[in-house]
Design a protein around this ligand. Structure first.
Ligand SMILES: NC(=O)c1ccc[n+]([C@@H]2O[C@H](COP(=O)([O-])OP(=O)(O)OC[C@H]3O[C@@H](n4cnc5c(N)ncnc54)[C@H](O)[C@@H]3O)[C@@H](O)[C@H]2O)c1
Length: 363
């Protein structure tokens, strides 16, 4: 891939103007690295609603109409329903546009390879954005680990509770693709939201040697099951072990400006530990990062711990990257495939009764 940064603002289009557009667009607001030139969505209502944000952008019902128009586009923000990711991304790359895709990239390695092949064939960049890597408390957690203040790392623990009450309104239409995904064995907690959590493990501690899992299921409404309780364990090649437990609290109210996930991340070292207390929701109302070492607790009270800021900063990073080539991409399509292999190893292990699976062997 022979990418040359642009010597002018990037001309960008949003393709998909649904729920997550509200957060994704934040990286584009007042950003000199970009000019938003087009908005694409089959819903006339969505186009009219989002036009208010970008009065100068042209609107289109399909990407094909945009491609056939006289509007010139360099890069697109692909905010498509998950079942459309593979064919949608291949189409967008085929028009000669760089693509910033949402997670989960796709459901299997063969589809991921088709997407990567399309990027290579068109000499375009495919990024699979990972906003959690831009969440300031998690960035500080990584810095803390790397500073050595915790001593040698002994283990990593994540916890997530999916709650059924609170948060922002999610249109019923946004759930359709989730139901489809669940029927294909790609559940909303392990695979969809879980994609982010698995990504943090790879980002912090590198490649894996083994994954073990016990994926459960709870029927929340007739015909729709959520993939909890679930427990996932793994070992990195450097010997560090991780564990992630996912539980469901259907009737629990959780204060949140977004989805109702109560999340924590904790790294334990030989001398202390560091914990991120929350992210998407506002569960634990303590400072978002606490670091304990040598009998002393240090609390971070002034981090930007609004989950939406992670979208803003991930978007800005992508546009800066296109404009200047300043890396790393966070994530490249190849790095996203490592996250996919991690998730697929979870399913393979669980189906085999919790045996150890090396994600590198997943085809
Ligand atoms: N990073 C995160 O934390 C996060 C959170 C939520 C959703 N997402 C991801 O964002 C993506 C979109 O999710 P959402 O919740 O906004 O879904 P949504 O259903 O609310 O929005 C999708 C939009 O795409 C439009 N659309 C459908 N087909 C299209 C097509 N062919 N061309 C253009 N537009 C089309 C729909 O009309 C809709 O407006 C998914 O990939 C999802 O996994 C990421």
């Amino acid at each position: 891939m022979t990418f040359t940064p642009y010597d002018r603002p990037v001309r960008a289009a949003f393709v998909g103007l649904g729920r997550i557009y509200d957060l994704n667009m934040r990286g584009y607001v007042n950003n000199p690295d970009v000019e938003v030139v087009a908005l694409v969505d089959p819903s006339e209502e969505r186009r009219a609603q989002r036009q208010a944000d970008w009065p100068d952008a042209r609107t289109f019902a399909t990407a094909a109409e945009l491609a056939a128009s006289d509007v010139e586009v360099d890069a697109v923000e692909a905010l498509l329903p998950i079942p459309l990711h593979v064919e949608g991304v291949i189409e967008l790359l085929g028009y000669g546009w760089h693509v910033n895709l949402q997670k989960p990239m796709c459901n299997d390695v063969a589809s991921a390879q088709r997407m990567i092949d399309a990027a290579q064939a068109n000499d375009r960049v495919l990024r699979v954005m990972e906003n959690y890597l831009f969440y300031e408390p998690l960035r500080k957690l990584k810095e803390t680990v790397e500073s050595g203040v915790l001593g040698e790392v002994s283990g990593y623990h994540m916890k997530m509770v999916g709650s059924g009450r609170g948060g922002w309104d999610v249109p019923a239409s946004s759930y359709g693709p989730q139901v489809e995904q669940a029927k294909r064995g790609r559940g909303v907690l392990v695979f969809d939201d879980g994609w982010h959590k698995l990504a943090t493990a790879l980002w912090l501690f590198g490649p894996l040697s083994e994954v073990r899992a016990w994926v459960g299921s709870t029927e929340v409404v007739p015909g729709f099951e959520i993939d909890a309780p679930t427990t996932i364990l793994w070992q990195h090649e450097n010997g560090i072990r991780g564990v992630w437990d996912i539980t469901l609290a259907v009737d629990m109210y959780l204060r949140s400006d977004y989805y109702t996930n109560d999340e924590r991340w904790e790294v334990t070292g030989r001398r202390g530990y560091a914990r991120v207390n929350r992210c998407t929701g506002r569960g634990i109302q303590q400072p978002s990062l606490e670091v304990y070492a040598d009998g002393e607790m240090r609390s971070q009270h002034a981090l930007d711990d609004d989950w939406a800021s992670s979208f803003r900063d991930s978007g800005k990073h992508w546009l800066r990257w296109l404009h200047t080539g300043e890396g790393p991409l966070l994530w490249s399509a190849e790095e996203a495939v490592d996250v996919l292999r991690f998730a697929l190893a979870v399913y393979e292990s669980s189906a085999a009764g919790g045996t150890g699976v090396n994600p590198a062997g997943i085809t």
